[in-house]
Design a binder for this molecule. Structure first.
Ligand code: HEM
Length: 403
């Protein structure tokens, strides 16, 4: 019998799926004691979003509870899932994304004007701070300790998949965030705070279950955190964008000149190239054939997200940063899945893609307009850790101001 592949995933991180799959659309693996199929590439993406798979029970509980929280949409199926999904789509309208974009622009501009030549700035920490401040005010959340909240949100993301101290920090941060968010929901319900109508806090606090009953405080808190936490997660991409801009003076010039198509292509390439989500998991509802691999009822199907975004058949020279890939016509949506694939309304595709691209763009523009440099530092990225960052977390310096 094949030995379990789960320790390999923890040990090898982003390179694990690619090593097992090569360029095949599906290979048999064994995960958490179950027979499973590892799929990838456009064919694998389409198969992964087939309704014959479900999400309930797909993730190990220690990961699910810390990263997403109990009862989160990520593990729901069918009518329950579609009902919950509508709530997120109601919050994340184009007008709401514009509003968030304006807030983030103001926050980046204030941050950039506080940077001085005598104090190097750690870009990752600054991005966490700016994104937290932007998303909290946009979500209708009063928070005098926003810096602490930002660090906790980042701790959840940083540690949920790394056993030992990072996981312990993530679990503690999740527990504190759940209490904090449940407290906010309670205050709205008691009319002690009145968030603007339509904001994430307002919508989560008033949300109802499929049977019409008000969501429990715990579930409303989890829903609120499902908007706030991933917005702060964009800090990982912003950190990589800071390196890419530094390494590509021509793109830096184009973005700084106000070329919005170039800026969007730059943001797309950041999402494609840099490591963030390694794999996704679903379970077979019944015994079935998954692109030639037999999977029993309850068996897992794992989507190689990182490998699909780096597939040389669809992305020539996949390790090269080249935003031009996104300036020469539409791309096949099944080849680019940093935030999942399929249909956003009916499937589990991330509803925050517009927010993500917009937050990367706003940060990229602010950075392109700032004459920062990156002094010698340790840029190495440990691909065995998920998620991962350059070791230095990207230290920037700015020249003395001329006034
Ligand atoms: C789901 C990635 C930002 C809200 C997902 C999924 C991925 C993902 C891979 C799962 C897709 C699947 O299971 O098929 C990311 C990345 C982000 C990001 C890499 C940026 C760093 C956001 C933002 C929001 C958001 C900004 C909201 C403001 C959600 C929600 C789900 C989700 C609510 C669950 C959707 C469902 O189960 O139907 N995201 N996301 N994400 N994301 Fe994002």
């Amino acid at each position: 019998m094949r030995i379990d592949d789960a320790p390999g995933l923890l040990r090898e991180g982003y390179t694990w799926a690619g090593r097992l799959r090569g360029d095949r659309p599906a290979v048999p693996i064994r995960l958490l004691g179950r027979r499973a199929a590892l799929v990838g590439g456009p064919e694998g993406v389409r198969r992964f979003y087939d309704p014959s798979l479900r999400r309930r029970g797909a993730l190990p509980l220690p990961v699910k509870l810390v990263l997403f929280g109990r009862g989160s949409i990520h593990g729901l199926d069918d009518a329950e899932h579609r009902h919950d999904k509508a709530m997120y789509l109601n919050v994340l309208t184009p007008a709401a994304v514009d509003d968030l974009s304006r807030r983030a622009q103001a926050e980046w501009s204030a941050a950039a004007s506080s940077w001085t030549a005598d104090r190097p700035v750690v870009l990752f920490d600054e991005a966490v701070r700016v994104l937290t401040a932007s998303v909290l005010s946009w979500a209708g959340i009063p928070d005098p300790r926003a810096d602490v909240t930002g660090r906790r949100l980042a701790a959840v993301l940083d540690g949920f998949a790394t056993p030992g101290a990072p996981y312990a920090r993530a679990a503690l941060a999740r527990w504190r965030l759940n209490r904090w968010a449940a407290g906010l929901v309670r205050k709205v319900r008691r009319n002690q705070i009145q968030p603007r109508p339509g904001t994430a806090l307002d919508v989560a606090a008033r949300a109802r279950d499929l049977d019409g009953s008000l969501l429990s405080e715990t579930r409303a808190a989890v829903a609120l955190l499902n908007v706030v936490r991933p917005t702060v997660a964009v800090a990982w991409f912003v950190t990589y964008a800071g390196i890419a801009l530094h390494q590509q003076p021509e793109w830096r010039r184009r973005v700084a000149s106000g070329d919005s198509a170039a800026c969007r292509a730059f943001a797309q390439e950041v999402r494609r190239l840099y490591p963030f989500v390694p794999v996704l998991a679903a379970r077979a509802r019944d015994e079935q054939d998954v692109l030639g691999v037999r999977v029993p009822a309850g068996g897992l199907v794992v989507l190689d997200v990182h490998g699909t975004d780096h597939d040389p058949t669809h992305w020539p020279e996949p390790e090269r940063f080249d935003p031009n890939r996104f300036l020469s016509g539409p791309v096949d949506p099944d080849t680019l899945v940093p935030q999942g694939g399929g249909d956003v309304r009916t499937g589990h595709r991330c509803p925050g893609e517009d927010v993500t691209l917009t937050m990367i763009e706003v940060a990229t523009r602010a950075l392109a307009e700032t004459p920062y440099t990156l002094p010698p530092q340790d840029f190495r990225v440990d691909l065995s850790r998920m998620p991962t960052l350059p070791r230095s977390r990207v230290v920037m310096t700015v020249p003395p101001s001329s006034d």
